[in-house]
Design a protein around this ligand. Structure first.
Ligand code: ZN
Length: 133
């Protein structure tokens, strides 16, 4: 079911400041930034070999990333696995009793189809499943 780790999502307070570390110090290169209105985030993707780092800054104090940072501080917020046929995978997981945050795929940055699994079903890790063309 899992093809690879697609990306690791990191919640940051300030995207520009975080990009300085990842680009100027660690030498990665941002593939661009995008605002995803539905999730109230501004994201930057930094390709790292076969996977990517996703930096997420909240665009609103009541967005999920702002809430995450208020509770946990900045840091790794989710792990994203690449899958094919996301809709079918979600149906299979539901049948196996896995708690889903999204029962249907929704829009993710870069035009991906994404869905989250509930951390209560995944040993405390927020897992995103991600399908790309
Ligand atoms: Zn993500």
């Amino acid at each position: 079911m899992i093809k690879k780790i697609d990306h690791i999502g990191i919640a940051v307070k300030d995207l520009e400041t975080a990009l300085k570390l990842y680009e100027e110090v660690l030498g990665l290169k941002s593939a661009g930034t995008e605002v995803v209105e539905e999730q109230k985030v501004k994201v930057a993707f930094l390709p790292t070999g076969d996977s990517e780092v996703e930096l997420l800054e909240s665009t609103s104090p009541d967005g999920p990333i702002a809430k995450y940072i208020a509770k946990n501080g900045e840091g790794i917020q989710h792990l994203a696995f690449r899958v094919d046929n996301l809709e079918q995978r979600l149906a299979e997981l539901k049948e196996k009793g896995i708690r889903l945050i999204d029962e249907k795929p929704r829009y993710g940055a870069g035009g991906a189809k994404i869905a989250f699994l509930h951390p209560k079903s995944t040993f405390g890790v927020l897992i995103e499943l991600c399908e790309r063309d």
